[in-house]
Write a protein that binds this ligand. Structure first.
Ligand code: SF4
Length: 479
């Protein structure tokens, strides 16, 4: 009996735009893909910098090749555009520049949608499993006819892998991106699929990323993965690195909602790179799924205590929130300052509900991270009471969330640190505490340089920020 879905794994061992174009064009033809109408290409540019974040994003040459193939295969085109929202509040236009995108987009005569500069519109969710009734999306996402998803093949410390489904986190602006980006991240990813389904997916797996999503270590995978259904593509992606699809929780949740398969019984795997050969090649592919108390304690001046968490489905760990953000932040420090783990002053990081004694050493500063964190005890002989202010998704109104503006995010933590300068402990609020906030607090208490003020990126990011603010203001008046 024929299978309903087809996914191709094609060999591609270099970032040669012409070769990528030929492979993607062949894939589009084999899969019967004919882009038309308002075509939107969505790469993964969570962060980009040639020196500090060289492997975090869908490479420029890959985008170049896919655009060329799209133009050759498309019919009845109204528009071809590239759109994305980068991570940790850094303006997308800055990361596009660092990735080298503007030259390629200009060469092909396409439009750019920086989603942080676009109008955000409410979209009503209908699936009964959704966490909330409405989500907000940039207009180009809601209005596109033909979405082409271009993820980067990477491991991910929150969700194990980021492939086609997870790439949708980058379709929301800062105000809405961190809503439910906590114990419910996997559910949120499933919810995001309701607004639009990609009609073609091409994963940049030429150089894949291991362990982290912002600062991955490169893995020479040598492939392009293509398909027309996110669940099918992600299922094959899991098998490519010897992961059981059921362990990719957002894939399981999305598949259960009827968006696609998660079994190879329903997917024909084609292409010229046999799955078994890929599995042998990736047998040592590295993930980062350790809890932070196992991950850091032996290897750095950071010790972590992990308590329990307020939702039954994930009471032993918060996969989508603060702990993973700490891991990403620490790896950012390592990217900027290679000796950071040993050079930093000692910090004890506490997350979750912790009962009883805490082993706080005399030379440690203490960060209590996150709204759900609670503890009661003595530090330096003084009574300390940290109280939880955690709210479940039903108690969080997505229309009233704060903006997560970059300047605000850069000002508030230093002020908080100054106010608490005479205390050995600090409670950092947020659900989640973002990667950016973690960077500020670890920098301040650990007496490390602050990547937010690093001269290699400071002026470029800030110029891009004010351009972004101006464009966002003007875009309110366009229809
Ligand atoms: S406060 Fe942080 S650790 Fe606690 S539930 Fe929220 S994101 Fe998770």
């Amino acid at each position: 009996m024929g299978k309903d879905h087809k996914v191709l794994i094609m060999r591609c061992d270099s970032y040669d735009p012409d070769r990528i174009k030929d492979i993607v064009k062949e894939g589009m033809q084999e899969l019967g893909v004919k882009p038309s109408g308002r075509i939107l290409l969505k790469p993964n540019v969570v962060m980009a910098h040639p020196e500090i974040f060289p492997h975090a994003f869908t490479r420029t040459e890959f985008l170049d090749g896919v655009i060329a193939a799209t133009k050759e295969c498309a019919e009845d085109v109204d528009e071809i555009a590239v759109g994305e929202r980068s991570g940790i509040t850094v303006p997308t236009r800055y990361n596009f520049k660092m990735a080298g995108y503007p030259e390629i987009i200009k060469k092909h005569g396409l439009k750019t949608y920086y989603f942080d500069e676009c109008k955000q519109v409410p979209y009503q969710l209908k699936k009964s499993e959704a966490l909330r009734d409405n989500m907000f999306f940039p207009e180009p996402i809601v209005n596109c006819d033909f979405l082409i998803n271009l993820p980067k093949f990477k491991a991910h410390p929150w969700t194990r892998l980021t492939l086609s489904l997870k790439n949708f986190i980058g379709i929301q602006d800062d105000r809405h991106r961190l809503v439910d980006h906590n114990l419910f991240l996997e559910h949120k990813i499933a919810d995001l699929q309701e607004v639009v389904q990609p009609r073609f997916i091409a994963i940049d797996a030429i150089t894949a990323g291991q362990k982290m999503m912002l600062t991955p270590t490169p893995f020479d995978m040598g492939a392009i993965v293509m398909g027309t259904n996110s669940c099918a593509v992600d299922t094959v992606g899991c098998h490519m690195v010897n992961v059981e699809p059921k362990d990719l929780i957002h894939l399981k949740l999305t598949s259960e909602r009827g968006y696609g398969p998660m079994s190879l019984d329903e997917i024909e795997v084609g292409g010229d790179f046999p799955l078994e050969e890929m599995q042998a090649k990736t047998k040592d592919f590295e993930f980062c799924m350790e809890h932070v108390d196992n991950y850091f304690n032996e290897t750095s001046n950071l010790r972590c205590t992990v308590g329990t968490f307020p939702e039954k489905h994930s009471a032993d760990y918060c996969w989508g929130g603060c702990p993973g953000a700490l891991q990403e932040a620490m790896h950012i420090f390592k990217g900027y300052y290679p000796g950071a783990y040993q050079d930093m002053k000692k910090i004890h990081y506490v997350v979750g509900q912790v009962n009883g004694e805490l082993d706080i050493r005399d030379d440690e500063q203490v960060i209590f991270a996150g709204n759900c964190t609670s503890w009661e005890g003595k530090i330096d002989g003084n009574d300390v009471k940290i109280e939880s202010s955690y709210k479940s998704p039903a108690e969080v109104d997505e229309k009233r969330t704060c903006g997560n503006d970059m300047i605000k995010k850069n000002l508030l933590p230093p002020v908080h640190l100054i106010k608490n300068r005479n205390s050995r402990h600090i409670h950092v609020k947020g659900c989640p505490v973002s990667v950016g906030d973690h960077v500020h607090y670890v920098s301040g208490l650990g007496k490390l340089g602050n990547p937010n003020y690093d001269t290699r990126t400071l002026s470029g990011v800030n110029i891009a920020y004010w351009q972004m603010r101006a464009k966002r203001f003007l875009n309110q008046f366009t229809t």
